[in-house]
Design a protein around this ligand. Structure first.
Ligand code: ADP
Length: 492
């Protein structure tokens, strides 16, 4: 039954959300399709345009290189030859002399090219039109040789040489029919698409396994953890994110285990703490009811003392829960801390006299602070109570107030058992007790220091403890000292 309940919300979620493998597959397929569209656009749809523009670029480069050497006989022929072979085009170069073109260099890669077959008139017309317009032009035409027709581009360019003569270059290059290539490519694209989508499916399955396996393992461990099995171990899957998640979950599990132990200890301690005064109250009450003459003020005092202890325990629990929930916020006021501590000391007077304890308060001057008075005094009470509880045989407790650099430090020192260094980080935790055997002689709810921590943290005040085993401990905290000037400044 219980098991079903823990699984129910997880299963519900799982039904609504699609699996990671399908998502990965969807994303990879989308990526494949987009990539193929881009490739198709460039390789198929724009193939002709790219081909023609690259031809045009070649023509222009040839123009530049030939015009650069057009008036040098030794360089002109090799350049024409080299460009003609490189670009697979026929080239003729003319000098215009008295309006008529005189050929000065040529090379043909195709015996039947138009520019070599053209008669004088046609050549004159080509040269004249480019000289008239200036610069260059390119045109496409069909060149029929016998039965076959080839589409060619003819490029004509004119420029003045360094010698002041006008020169004209004619270039002709066959345009290869690309339709067959395009059809082949289109056919290939269909196959490539199928293969890549299958690949995407396989990749998605492999990737999702890689990601999901550790997740599944971890969710199994999480279910065990939810059932209170804190030894559940989380393992990552060999990649960083899963390892980090496993580490965080292992940390959470160890913290949960710790809290659970503390809660169990709390129940044991609190039930002990509650049961003892309750037993006493019941016992004394029955004695007073049943035995004549036992209704003495001393017996009644025992009942009153035990009731006070119960009240203290309940109040501590309430305080701590309020501080932790943030419902009890500090209400700062400027007050004389030294006087307030002295007033606290007065309250201990009767107790110290009876029990032969000595509490010494050392201070150099009176200091004011801007803090929640009740809360700060609660801190002092808790620290002094602990010091009284844990101090050594000499029953001495020293409260010291020092001021330096605008800060006032209050420290409470005892000469007792001290705290082992390994326990120090934990004593501020709720219900933590160094001595796990609960001693009646040392009263305490296990909440005092966590209340101290909560209050000082809410004031942003530094605090700490220095302790040496069998020599004693010094608990301290610091607040900003407020001087008259500061106070007036605050008021204005
Ligand atoms: P408790 O009510 O048990 O004193 P606290 O939260 O005040 O609870 O203190 C937590 C634990 O820290 C105590 O149980 C004790 O083990 C240790 N501790 C606190 N103050 C002192 C001290 N002055 N000397 C030695 N140990 C101390």
């Amino acid at each position: 039954m219980n098991n079903d309940r823990t699984n129910a919300p997880i299963n519900k979620k799982r039904r609504r959300v699609s699996g990671i493998s399908w998502r990965l597959f969807g994303m990879l397929t989308l990526f494949v399709v987009l990539t193929l569209i881009v490739i198709w656009t460039f390789q198929v749809a724009l193939l002709n345009r790219f081909y023609e523009s690259s031809k045009l670029d070649e023509f222009h480069q040839t123009d530049e290189q030939i015009f650069a050497v057009v008036d040098s006989e030794e360089q002109l022929r090799p350049t024409v030859y080299m460009r003609s072979v490189k670009t697979d085009s026929c080239i003729r170069v003319f000098r215009i002399s008295d309006g008529a073109p005189i050929e000065i260099a040529d090379y043909d890669t195709n015996m039947n090219c138009f520019i070599h077959r053209a008669d004088g008139m046609e050549l004159n017309r080509l040269c004249e039109s480019v000289i008239e317009k200036g610069g260059s032009y390119t045109r496409r035409m069909s060149n029929s040789i016998g039965d076959s027709t080839v589409i060619v581009t003819i490029h004509v360019a004119a420029s003045k040489g360094a010698d002041g003569n006008e020169y004209v270059i004619l270039q002709e290059s066959a345009l290869l029919p690309l339709s067959a290539t395009v059809t082949t490519l289109e056919h290939q694209f269909g196959w490539i698409m199928c293969i890549l989508i299958m690949g995407a499916l396989v990749m998605a399955l492999l990737l999702s396994r890689l990601i999901c396996l550790p997740m599944e393992r971890m969710s199994r461990s999480a279910r065990r953890l939810a059932k209170g099995e804190y030894d559940a171990n989380f393992f990552g899957g060999g990649y960083r994110e899963a390892e980090e998640l496993a580490e965080a979950l292992n940390y959470a599990a160890s913290e949960l285990a710790k809290t659970d132990n503390l809660q169990k200890e709390l129940v044991a301690n609190i039930s002990h703490d509650l049961r003892t005064p309750l037993t006493m109250i019941k016992g004394y009450g029955e004695v007073m009811r049943d035995i004549p003459g036992e209704s003495t003020p001393e017996n009644m005092q025992v009942i009153i003392d035990e009731t006070e202890r119960l009240t203290e325990l309940v109040n501590d629990m309430l305080d701590l829960s309020k501080i932790r929930a943030g419902t009890r916020k500090p209400e700062p006021e400027v007050f004389d801390l030294t006087e307030a501590i002295s007033a606290v000391m007065l309250r201990y007077e009767k107790f110290t006299e009876q029990q032969e304890y000595s509490i010494i308060f050392e201070k150099t001057e009176n200091v004011s602070v801007n803090a929640d008075r009740t809360m700060i005094l609660q801190v002092v009470y808790n620290l002094v109570n602990n010091a009284l509880n844990y101090t050594g045989e000499d029953k001495k407790v020293l409260i010291r107030q020092t001021v330096s650099n605008g800060k006032v430090r209050v420290s409470v020192t005892d000469t007792g058992v001290g705290i082992a260094p390994e326990d120090i980080p934990y004593i501020w935790d709720r219900y933590y007790k160094v001595d796990k055997v609960h001693k009646r002689a040392v009263v305490g709810t296990g909440l005092g220091l966590s209340i101290v921590k909560g209050i000082l943290a809410s004031h942003g005040a530094p605090y700490g403890v220095e302790s040496v085993i069998d020599q004693g401990s010094t608990f301290w905290f610091e607040l900003d000292a407020v001087y008259d000037g500061d106070f007036e400044e605050k008021l204005t």
